[in-house]
Ligand binder design. Structure first.
Ligand code: NAD
Ligand code: LMR
Length: 338
Protein backbone atom coordinates (compact mmCIF):
# COMPACT_ATOMS: atom_id res chain seq x y z
CA UNK A 1 0.00 0.00 0.00
CA UNK A 2 1.32 3.46 -0.77
CA UNK A 3 1.71 5.70 2.24
CA UNK A 4 -0.89 8.29 1.54
CA UNK A 5 -2.29 11.48 2.77
CA UNK A 6 -5.59 11.59 4.63
CA UNK A 7 -7.11 12.46 1.26
CA UNK A 8 -6.26 8.93 0.21
CA UNK A 9 -8.14 7.58 3.25
CA UNK A 10 -11.11 9.87 2.64
CA UNK A 11 -11.24 8.83 -1.00
CA UNK A 12 -11.76 5.28 0.21
CA UNK A 13 -14.97 6.52 1.86
CA UNK A 14 -16.54 7.25 -1.50
CA UNK A 15 -15.53 10.72 -2.73
CA UNK A 16 -13.08 9.47 -5.35
CA UNK A 17 -15.31 10.90 -8.11
CA UNK A 18 -14.87 14.52 -7.02
CA UNK A 19 -11.13 14.23 -7.11
CA UNK A 20 -10.65 12.22 -10.23
CA UNK A 21 -12.77 14.58 -12.34
CA UNK A 22 -10.47 17.51 -11.56
CA UNK A 23 -7.36 15.67 -12.68
CA UNK A 24 -8.75 13.36 -15.34
CA UNK A 25 -7.11 15.21 -18.22
CA UNK A 26 -3.63 15.42 -16.74
CA UNK A 27 -0.53 13.25 -16.79
CA UNK A 28 0.73 10.78 -14.20
CA UNK A 29 4.20 11.69 -12.98
CA UNK A 30 6.57 9.75 -10.70
CA UNK A 31 9.46 11.39 -8.88
CA UNK A 32 12.20 8.95 -7.77
CA UNK A 33 14.40 10.42 -5.03
CA UNK A 34 11.51 12.59 -3.88
CA UNK A 35 12.76 13.14 -0.30
CA UNK A 36 16.09 14.65 -1.34
CA UNK A 37 17.44 18.15 -1.72
CA UNK A 38 16.14 18.35 -5.29
CA UNK A 39 13.25 15.93 -4.77
CA UNK A 40 11.35 17.96 -2.17
CA UNK A 41 11.19 21.34 -3.94
CA UNK A 42 10.64 19.53 -7.24
CA UNK A 43 7.70 17.66 -5.70
CA UNK A 44 6.28 21.02 -4.65
CA UNK A 45 6.69 22.48 -8.14
CA UNK A 46 5.19 19.40 -9.85
CA UNK A 47 2.22 19.52 -7.46
CA UNK A 48 1.68 23.09 -8.72
CA UNK A 49 1.76 22.04 -12.39
CA UNK A 50 -1.79 21.98 -13.81
CA UNK A 51 -0.79 19.33 -16.38
CA UNK A 52 -0.15 16.81 -13.58
CA UNK A 53 -3.15 14.79 -12.35
CA UNK A 54 -1.30 12.19 -10.27
CA UNK A 55 2.05 12.63 -8.55
CA UNK A 56 3.86 9.59 -7.11
CA UNK A 57 6.67 10.36 -4.66
CA UNK A 58 9.17 7.51 -4.25
CA UNK A 59 12.33 7.35 -2.13
CA UNK A 60 14.11 4.94 0.19
CA UNK A 61 13.55 7.34 3.13
CA UNK A 62 11.04 9.91 4.44
CA UNK A 63 8.34 9.78 1.78
CA UNK A 64 5.44 9.51 4.28
CA UNK A 65 6.32 12.94 5.70
CA UNK A 66 7.04 14.59 2.36
CA UNK A 67 3.83 13.16 0.91
CA UNK A 68 1.66 14.28 3.84
CA UNK A 69 3.15 17.76 3.59
CA UNK A 70 2.86 18.19 -0.20
CA UNK A 71 -0.62 16.65 -0.28
CA UNK A 72 -2.04 19.59 1.72
CA UNK A 73 -1.41 21.95 -1.21
CA UNK A 74 -4.76 22.93 -2.75
CA UNK A 75 -3.76 22.13 -6.32
CA UNK A 76 -5.21 19.49 -8.64
CA UNK A 77 -2.68 16.65 -8.56
CA UNK A 78 -3.39 13.67 -6.32
CA UNK A 79 -0.23 12.80 -4.36
CA UNK A 80 0.77 9.33 -3.22
CA UNK A 81 3.93 8.30 -1.37
CA UNK A 82 5.96 5.11 -1.82
CA UNK A 83 8.74 4.02 0.52
CA UNK A 84 11.56 1.63 -0.25
CA UNK A 85 12.29 -0.94 -2.91
CA UNK A 86 9.21 -3.12 -2.24
CA UNK A 87 7.01 -0.18 -3.28
CA UNK A 88 8.97 0.81 -6.40
CA UNK A 89 6.74 -1.12 -8.79
CA UNK A 90 3.55 0.40 -7.37
CA UNK A 91 5.15 3.84 -7.65
CA UNK A 92 5.90 3.31 -11.35
CA UNK A 93 2.88 1.44 -12.65
CA UNK A 94 0.88 3.52 -15.13
CA UNK A 95 3.19 6.54 -15.12
CA UNK A 96 3.51 8.83 -18.18
CA UNK A 97 6.62 10.71 -17.03
CA UNK A 98 9.30 9.58 -14.58
CA UNK A 99 11.74 12.14 -13.15
CA UNK A 100 14.89 10.78 -11.46
CA UNK A 101 16.88 12.93 -9.03
CA UNK A 102 17.84 9.87 -6.87
CA UNK A 103 21.47 9.51 -5.85
CA UNK A 104 24.29 11.13 -3.94
CA UNK A 105 25.44 14.71 -4.62
CA UNK A 106 29.01 16.08 -4.75
CA UNK A 107 31.05 17.50 -1.90
CA UNK A 108 33.85 20.07 -2.42
CA UNK A 109 36.83 18.57 -4.27
CA UNK A 110 34.76 15.91 -6.04
CA UNK A 111 33.97 15.65 -9.75
CA UNK A 112 30.59 14.41 -10.93
CA UNK A 113 32.35 11.26 -12.11
CA UNK A 114 33.31 10.54 -8.48
CA UNK A 115 29.57 9.83 -7.93
CA UNK A 116 29.54 7.09 -10.56
CA UNK A 117 30.15 4.12 -8.25
CA UNK A 118 27.08 4.80 -6.11
CA UNK A 119 24.72 6.44 -8.57
CA UNK A 120 25.24 3.99 -11.45
CA UNK A 121 23.72 1.16 -9.41
CA UNK A 122 20.82 3.33 -8.20
CA UNK A 123 19.97 4.40 -11.76
CA UNK A 124 20.20 0.80 -13.00
CA UNK A 125 17.72 -0.45 -10.38
CA UNK A 126 15.26 2.38 -11.01
CA UNK A 127 15.42 1.90 -14.79
CA UNK A 128 14.83 -1.83 -14.44
CA UNK A 129 11.65 -0.90 -12.60
CA UNK A 130 10.64 1.51 -15.37
CA UNK A 131 11.17 -1.18 -18.03
CA UNK A 132 8.93 -3.51 -16.11
CA UNK A 133 6.15 -1.19 -14.93
CA UNK A 134 5.92 1.80 -17.30
CA UNK A 135 8.00 0.98 -20.40
CA UNK A 136 6.31 3.74 -22.42
CA UNK A 137 6.99 6.51 -19.92
CA UNK A 138 9.20 9.44 -20.82
CA UNK A 139 12.21 9.56 -18.49
CA UNK A 140 13.92 12.77 -17.27
CA UNK A 141 17.26 11.71 -15.78
CA UNK A 142 18.90 14.15 -13.36
CA UNK A 143 21.23 11.88 -11.30
CA UNK A 144 24.93 12.53 -11.91
CA UNK A 145 27.13 11.91 -13.74
CA UNK A 146 24.47 12.55 -16.41
CA UNK A 147 27.05 11.92 -19.17
CA UNK A 148 27.22 8.30 -17.92
CA UNK A 149 23.83 7.71 -16.29
CA UNK A 150 21.94 8.35 -19.55
CA UNK A 151 23.99 5.66 -21.38
CA UNK A 152 23.42 3.35 -18.36
CA UNK A 153 19.66 3.87 -18.61
CA UNK A 154 19.75 3.25 -22.37
CA UNK A 155 21.61 -0.05 -21.87
CA UNK A 156 19.16 -1.20 -19.17
CA UNK A 157 16.23 -0.44 -21.48
CA UNK A 158 17.96 -2.19 -24.41
CA UNK A 159 18.51 -5.32 -22.33
CA UNK A 160 14.84 -5.29 -21.34
CA UNK A 161 13.76 -4.72 -24.96
CA UNK A 162 11.98 -1.47 -24.09
CA UNK A 163 14.48 1.12 -25.36
CA UNK A 164 13.10 4.03 -27.34
CA UNK A 165 15.74 6.78 -27.63
CA UNK A 166 12.98 9.39 -28.03
CA UNK A 167 11.83 8.76 -24.47
CA UNK A 168 15.13 9.03 -22.59
CA UNK A 169 16.26 12.58 -21.80
CA UNK A 170 19.20 13.70 -19.66
CA UNK A 171 18.34 16.93 -17.89
CA UNK A 172 20.83 19.71 -18.74
CA UNK A 173 18.37 22.57 -18.26
CA UNK A 174 20.31 23.96 -15.28
CA UNK A 175 23.21 24.75 -17.62
CA UNK A 176 20.84 26.78 -19.82
CA UNK A 177 19.23 28.45 -16.79
CA UNK A 178 22.68 29.46 -15.48
CA UNK A 179 23.82 30.60 -18.92
CA UNK A 180 20.71 32.76 -19.32
CA UNK A 181 21.29 34.30 -15.88
CA UNK A 182 25.00 35.04 -16.32
CA UNK A 183 24.62 36.36 -19.89
CA UNK A 184 21.74 38.61 -18.79
CA UNK A 185 23.94 39.98 -15.98
CA UNK A 186 26.70 40.85 -18.47
CA UNK A 187 24.25 42.42 -20.94
CA UNK A 188 22.32 44.21 -18.20
CA UNK A 189 18.96 42.80 -19.33
CA UNK A 190 16.18 40.64 -17.86
CA UNK A 191 17.21 36.92 -17.84
CA UNK A 192 13.71 35.99 -19.00
CA UNK A 193 14.52 37.68 -22.31
CA UNK A 194 17.66 35.60 -22.89
CA UNK A 195 18.05 32.13 -24.39
CA UNK A 196 21.50 30.57 -24.59
CA UNK A 197 21.86 27.17 -26.26
CA UNK A 198 24.17 24.93 -24.19
CA UNK A 199 25.30 21.74 -25.94
CA UNK A 200 27.59 18.76 -25.32
CA UNK A 201 27.04 17.22 -21.90
CA UNK A 202 26.73 18.04 -18.22
CA UNK A 203 30.21 18.19 -16.63
CA UNK A 204 33.07 20.69 -16.88
CA UNK A 205 34.36 21.15 -20.43
CA UNK A 206 31.53 19.03 -21.84
CA UNK A 207 29.19 21.93 -20.98
CA UNK A 208 29.52 24.06 -24.11
CA UNK A 209 27.56 27.33 -24.20
CA UNK A 210 27.09 28.63 -27.74
CA UNK A 211 27.51 32.32 -27.03
CA UNK A 212 27.55 33.06 -30.78
CA UNK A 213 23.92 31.88 -30.93
CA UNK A 214 22.43 33.80 -28.00
CA UNK A 215 18.91 35.01 -28.53
CA UNK A 216 18.43 38.01 -28.75
CA UNK A 217 21.43 38.35 -31.01
CA UNK A 218 24.35 40.10 -29.29
CA UNK A 219 28.13 40.16 -29.26
CA UNK A 220 30.70 39.73 -26.50
CA UNK A 221 34.32 40.75 -26.01
CA UNK A 222 36.98 38.02 -25.77
CA UNK A 223 37.15 38.64 -22.00
CA UNK A 224 33.37 38.29 -21.65
CA UNK A 225 33.39 35.02 -23.62
CA UNK A 226 36.16 33.63 -21.45
CA UNK A 227 34.43 34.73 -18.19
CA UNK A 228 30.99 33.46 -19.25
CA UNK A 229 32.21 30.10 -20.58
CA UNK A 230 34.19 29.44 -17.42
CA UNK A 231 31.34 30.47 -15.11
CA UNK A 232 28.74 28.39 -16.97
CA UNK A 233 31.01 25.33 -17.08
CA UNK A 234 31.76 25.64 -13.36
CA UNK A 235 28.36 26.80 -12.08
CA UNK A 236 27.79 23.48 -10.32
CA UNK A 237 31.17 23.66 -8.56
CA UNK A 238 30.43 27.27 -7.52
CA UNK A 239 27.35 25.99 -5.63
CA UNK A 240 29.11 22.90 -4.23
CA UNK A 241 31.86 25.10 -2.78
CA UNK A 242 29.41 27.66 -1.38
CA UNK A 243 27.44 24.86 0.31
CA UNK A 244 30.73 23.64 1.83
CA UNK A 245 29.87 19.97 2.23
CA UNK A 246 26.07 20.30 2.46
CA UNK A 247 25.48 19.11 -1.12
CA UNK A 248 25.11 20.65 -4.57
CA UNK A 249 22.51 22.73 -6.38
CA UNK A 250 19.01 21.75 -5.24
CA UNK A 251 16.73 24.80 -5.49
CA UNK A 252 17.89 26.09 -8.89
CA UNK A 253 17.94 22.45 -10.03
CA UNK A 254 14.37 21.84 -8.88
CA UNK A 255 13.37 25.00 -10.80
CA UNK A 256 15.25 23.79 -13.91
CA UNK A 257 13.83 20.25 -13.67
CA UNK A 258 10.29 21.58 -13.24
CA UNK A 259 10.77 23.82 -16.29
CA UNK A 260 12.05 20.88 -18.33
CA UNK A 261 9.33 18.48 -17.12
CA UNK A 262 6.69 21.10 -17.96
CA UNK A 263 8.14 21.36 -21.50
CA UNK A 264 7.98 17.55 -21.84
CA UNK A 265 4.37 17.51 -20.62
CA UNK A 266 3.36 20.28 -23.02
CA UNK A 267 4.99 18.31 -25.83
CA UNK A 268 3.17 15.16 -24.72
CA UNK A 269 -0.10 17.12 -24.79
CA UNK A 270 0.60 18.03 -28.41
CA UNK A 271 1.68 21.66 -28.09
CA UNK A 272 3.76 22.79 -31.08
CA UNK A 273 7.20 24.38 -31.07
CA UNK A 274 8.49 23.12 -27.71
CA UNK A 275 12.28 23.30 -27.88
CA UNK A 276 14.71 22.64 -25.00
CA UNK A 277 18.33 21.51 -24.68
CA UNK A 278 18.78 17.93 -23.48
CA UNK A 279 21.40 15.14 -23.44
CA UNK A 280 19.91 12.46 -25.71
CA UNK A 281 20.78 9.73 -28.21
CA UNK A 282 21.95 11.74 -31.18
CA UNK A 283 23.68 11.70 -34.53
CA UNK A 284 24.71 15.34 -34.41
CA UNK A 285 28.31 14.21 -33.74
CA UNK A 286 30.03 10.82 -34.02
CA UNK A 287 29.16 10.17 -30.35
CA UNK A 288 26.06 8.12 -29.51
CA UNK A 289 24.76 10.76 -27.05
CA UNK A 290 25.01 14.53 -27.16
CA UNK A 291 23.12 17.51 -25.75
CA UNK A 292 21.59 19.90 -28.26
CA UNK A 293 18.31 21.68 -28.69
CA UNK A 294 15.57 19.11 -29.25
CA UNK A 295 11.95 19.52 -30.27
CA UNK A 296 9.60 17.79 -27.86
CA UNK A 297 6.33 16.20 -28.88
CA UNK A 298 3.78 13.53 -28.04
CA UNK A 299 6.35 10.74 -28.01
CA UNK A 300 9.27 12.64 -26.48
CA UNK A 301 12.16 13.81 -28.68
CA UNK A 302 10.67 14.41 -32.12
CA UNK A 303 13.56 16.27 -33.70
CA UNK A 304 17.20 16.81 -32.89
CA UNK A 305 18.16 20.32 -33.90
CA UNK A 306 21.61 20.64 -35.53
CA UNK A 307 24.39 22.59 -33.84
CA UNK A 308 24.31 25.45 -36.33
CA UNK A 309 27.35 27.54 -37.22
CA UNK A 310 30.08 27.57 -34.54
CA UNK A 311 32.92 30.09 -34.25
CA UNK A 312 36.56 29.03 -33.83
CA UNK A 313 36.42 29.19 -30.00
CA UNK A 314 33.31 26.98 -29.96
CA UNK A 315 34.79 24.51 -32.46
CA UNK A 316 37.83 24.09 -30.17
CA UNK A 317 35.47 23.68 -27.18
CA UNK A 318 33.50 21.07 -29.10
CA UNK A 319 36.60 18.96 -29.68
CA UNK A 320 37.50 19.07 -25.96
CA UNK A 321 33.91 18.26 -24.99
CA UNK A 322 33.71 15.27 -27.35
CA UNK A 323 36.96 13.80 -26.03
CA UNK A 324 35.75 13.79 -22.42
CA UNK A 325 32.21 12.77 -23.35
CA UNK A 326 33.40 9.70 -25.28
CA UNK A 327 35.03 8.28 -22.11
CA UNK A 328 32.04 9.05 -19.87
CA UNK A 329 29.59 7.47 -22.30
CA UNK A 330 31.74 4.36 -22.67
CA UNK A 331 32.05 4.06 -18.89
CA UNK A 332 28.27 4.00 -18.56
CA UNK A 333 27.79 1.48 -21.37
CA UNK A 334 30.50 -0.83 -19.94
CA UNK A 335 28.90 -0.72 -16.48
CA UNK A 336 25.86 -2.56 -17.84
CA UNK A 337 27.51 -4.68 -20.54
CA UNK A 338 30.36 -6.00 -18.37
P1 NAD B 1 20.18 14.29 -1.96
O1 NAD B 1 21.15 13.40 -1.30
O2 NAD B 1 19.72 15.50 -1.22
O3 NAD B 1 18.89 13.48 -2.39
C1 NAD B 1 18.96 12.28 -3.07
C2 NAD B 1 17.79 11.42 -2.69
O4 NAD B 1 17.90 10.20 -3.40
C3 NAD B 1 17.75 11.08 -1.19
O5 NAD B 1 16.50 11.42 -0.64
C4 NAD B 1 17.99 9.59 -1.16
O6 NAD B 1 17.31 8.92 -0.11
C5 NAD B 1 17.44 9.19 -2.53
N1 NAD B 1 17.90 7.87 -2.94
C6 NAD B 1 19.07 7.26 -2.74
N2 NAD B 1 19.06 6.02 -3.25
C7 NAD B 1 17.85 5.85 -3.79
C8 NAD B 1 17.22 4.78 -4.47
N3 NAD B 1 17.85 3.60 -4.68
N4 NAD B 1 15.96 4.94 -4.88
C9 NAD B 1 15.30 6.11 -4.68
N5 NAD B 1 15.84 7.15 -4.04
C10 NAD B 1 17.10 7.02 -3.60
O7 NAD B 1 20.81 14.73 -3.37
P2 NAD B 1 20.31 15.90 -4.35
O8 NAD B 1 20.98 17.16 -4.01
O9 NAD B 1 18.82 15.86 -4.43
O10 NAD B 1 20.95 15.40 -5.76
C11 NAD B 1 20.51 14.21 -6.35
C12 NAD B 1 21.30 13.90 -7.61
O11 NAD B 1 21.07 14.92 -8.60
C13 NAD B 1 22.82 13.88 -7.40
O12 NAD B 1 23.37 12.81 -8.13
C14 NAD B 1 23.28 15.20 -7.99
O13 NAD B 1 24.62 15.17 -8.41
C15 NAD B 1 22.32 15.34 -9.15
N6 NAD B 1 22.17 16.67 -9.70
C16 NAD B 1 22.05 16.79 -11.05
C17 NAD B 1 21.89 18.03 -11.63
C18 NAD B 1 21.72 18.17 -13.11
O14 NAD B 1 21.82 19.28 -13.62
N7 NAD B 1 21.43 17.11 -13.84
C19 NAD B 1 21.86 19.19 -10.82
C20 NAD B 1 21.98 19.04 -9.44
C21 NAD B 1 22.15 17.77 -8.89
C1 LMR C 1 25.07 21.04 -11.05
O1 LMR C 1 25.44 21.36 -12.18
O2 LMR C 1 24.78 21.88 -10.19
C2 LMR C 1 24.91 19.58 -10.72
O3 LMR C 1 25.40 18.77 -11.73
C3 LMR C 1 25.44 19.21 -9.37
C4 LMR C 1 26.94 19.26 -9.28
O4 LMR C 1 27.51 18.30 -8.78
O5 LMR C 1 27.53 20.26 -9.69
Amino acid sequence: QPSGSRMEDISLLGREDCRSKGGASGFKVALLGASGGIGQPLALLMKMNPLVSVLHLYDVVNTPGVTADISHMDTGAVVRGFLGQPQLESALTGMDLVIIPAGVPRKPGMTRDDLFNINAGIVRTLCEGISKCCPNAIVNLISNPVNSTVPIAAEVFKQAGTYDPKRLLGVTTLDVVRANTFVAEVLGIDPREVNVPVVGGHAGVTILPLLSQVNPSCSFTTEEISYLTDRIQNGGTEVVEAKAGAGSATLSMAYAAAKFADACLRGMRGDAGIVECSFVASQVTELPFFATKVRLGRSGVEEIIPLGPLNEFERAGLEKAKKELAGSIQKGVSFIRK
